[in-house]
Design a protein around this ligand. Structure first.
Ligand code: PMP
Ligand code: GLN
Length: 392
C-alpha cells in the first residue's frame, strides 16, 4: 500500500517522548528520571481493595459508562471536603481511562476543525496531539523561566475569534509552576470576557508544595464554563491503573461522555472501587506523599545545582526543569541522548514540549524526583562521576 495515503497528521503526532525515553532507559539499564511515575506503589489498603473487588466480582464486567456510583460519589465527596465544591455525582462527574482519556475526550468534544485551543507552553505532550486529532490548533502562551509565571498580556494576545478553549494545567508539567490566585483571576477574566470554555488538568492537585492548589472552577463565574480533570495515578501512586475523572456542569460533562463512550466505552472496573476506597480513606497518605515529594524535590534540585546546572525549583508536580547551557550544552535532545551512555541516567528534553523552541527552550531538560531517595542519590552520584562535557 502507498504509505502516502496514510493520514498526514500522523506525522504531526509522532512518538510520545515518555515512551521513547523509558525505552532508552530499559535498553541501557539507566536510572529513569525521564517518564514521571513512582517506583513505590500506593497504599496497601488500596491494592487490597482492588484485589477484593476482583475476587468479589465487582467491576469484572462492563461498569456503567459514566463510572461506578461508589467512585462518582467518592469523587463528589472529595471535591466537597477539599474545595467546598458541590457536585451531583450522577450528572457532574465522569470516570475516564486516566486523565489522558479525559483530555482527549474533552478536546474531541469541544474542538471543531480550525478551532483554537490556547494552552500554556511548554505543553504536556498529549495536548497538542489531541487538539490535532480534533483538527484544531494549539496556540501557545509561553511560561518563561525562572518562575514560569503566566502573563495576562500574553494570554490576551493568544486569544482570537477562533478560540474555543483555554486548556490549563496547574500544577504544571513540565515546569512545576503552580498558578496563583492572581494568575487564575486573569484566566477567569479572559475566559468570561470572550465566553470561552476552560479545560483544566489538575492531576498534580495534591502535589503543590509551597502554595495551595486552587481549582479554577471555584472562581466566581467559572464553574459554569470549566471542565476539571484529575486522576488517581499521581495522587495515589497507581499510574498503571488509569482511573481518571472529569467534573463540571452537567451539559459539559455530558459532552465529554459522548466522545468518551466511543474511545474506551468503560475501563478499570475493579480499580474504580479501589480508588473510591482511596479517596475516602487514604488522604492522610496523600499528605505524606506530598511532604516526602517536597523533600525529594529539594534533594534533586540541590544536587543538580551542585553539578552546575541552572535549576528552576518547582512549586509543584514531580518534575524539576534545568537549563543545561550552564554545563556547556545548547541542545537538550543531544544531552538526553548522550546521558544514558555517559552517566547511566535518563532525563527528558523539554524542547519537544514547545511549538517553536528558541535557544533558551532548546536547552531545557526535565528530571523527575518521583523515585526513592536512594535512587535519586545514586543518579546524582553517577552524574557527578560522569564526563558531561559536550565535545567528547
Ligand atoms: N496530564 C498531565 C499534566 C500529566 O502529567 C499526566 C501524566 N500522568 C497526565 C495528564 C496523564 O494522566 P493519566 O496517567 O491519569 O492518564
Ligand atoms: N505524565 C508522565 C510524565 O509527564 C508520563 C505519562 C505518559 O507516559 N504518558 O512523565
Amino acid at each position: 500500500m502507498n504509505s502516502d495515503r496514510l493520514v498526514p497528521h500522523l506525522d504531526a503526532l509522532g512518538t510520545t517522548i515518555f515512551a521513547e525515553m523509558s525505552a532508552l532507559a530499559v535498553a541501557t539499564g539507566a536510572i529513569n528520571l525521564g517518564q514521571g511515575f513512582p517506583d513505590v506503589d500506593g497504599p496497601a489498603s488500596v491494592a487490597e481493595a482492588a484485589v477484593d473487588a476482583i475476587r468479589a466480582g465487582r467491576g469484572n464486567q462492563y461498569p456503567p459508562g459514566i463510572g461506578v456510583p461508589e467512585l462518582r460519589q467518592a469523587i463528589a465527596r472529595h471535591q466537597l471536603q477539599r474545595y467546598a465544591q458541590v457536585l451531583d455525582p450522577d450528572t457532574e462527574v465522569l470516570v475516564t481511562a486516566g486523565a489522558t482519556e479525559a483530555v482527549a475526550a474533552a478536546m474531541l468534544a469541544f474542538v471543531d476543525r480550525g478551532d483554537e485551543v490556547v494552552a500554556l507552553e511548554p505543553f504536556y505532550d498529549s495536548y497538542r496531539s489531541t487538539v490535532t486529532m480534533a483538527r484544531g490548533r494549539c496556540v501557545p502562551v509561553r511560561l518563561d523561566p525562572p518562575d514560569f509565571r503566566l502573563d495576562e498580556g500574553r494570554l490576551r494576545e493568544a486569544v482570537t475569534a477562533r478560540t474555543r478553549v483555554i486548556l490549563l494545567n496547574s500544577p504544571h508539567n513540565p515546569t512545576g509552576a503552580v498558578l496563583s490566585r492572581s494568575e487564575l483571576d486573569a484566566v477567569a477574566r479572559v475566559a468570561i470576557e470572550h465566553d470561552l470554555l476552560v479545560v483544566t488538568d489538575e492531576v498534580y492537585e495534591h502535589l503543590a508544595f509551597d502554595e495551595p492548589h486552587i481549582p479554577i472552577a471555584k472562581l466566581p463565574g467559572m464553574a459554569e464554563r470549566t471542565v476539571s480533570i484529575s486522576s488517581a495515578g499521581k495522587s495515589f501512586s497507581f499510574t498503571g491503573w488509569k482511573i481518571g475523572w472529569v467534573t463540571g456542569p452537567a451539559a459539559l460533562v455530558a459532552a465529554v461522555r459522548t466522545t468518551k463512550q466511543f474511545l474506551t466505552f468503560v475501563s478499570g472496573g475493579p480499580f474504580q472501587f479501589a480508588v473510591a476506597h482511596a479517596l475516602d480513606n487514604e488522604m492522610p497518605w496523600v499528605e505524606g506523599l506530598r511532604e516526602s515529594m517536597a523533600d525529594r524535590r529539594d534533594l534533586l534540585s540541590d544536587g543538580l545545582t551542585e553539578l552546575g546546572l541552572t535549576v528552576y525549583r518547582p512549586r509543584g508536580t514531580y518534575f524539576v526543569t534545568t537549563d543545561v547551557r550552564s554545563v556547556g550544552w545548547d541542545d537538550a535532545l543531544a544531552f538526553c541522548h548522550a546521558l544514558p551512555q555517559r552517566a547511566g541516567v535518563v532525563a527528558v528534553p523539554c524542547s519537544v514540549f514547545y511549538e517553536d523552541p528558541g535557544p533558551a527552550e532548546r536547552a531545557l531538560v526535565r528530571w523527575t524526583f518521583s523515585k526513592q531517595e536512594n535512587v535519586l542519590t545514586d543518579a546524582l552520584t553517577r552524574l557527578a562521576a560522569a564526563d558531561l562535557s559536550p565535545d567528547l
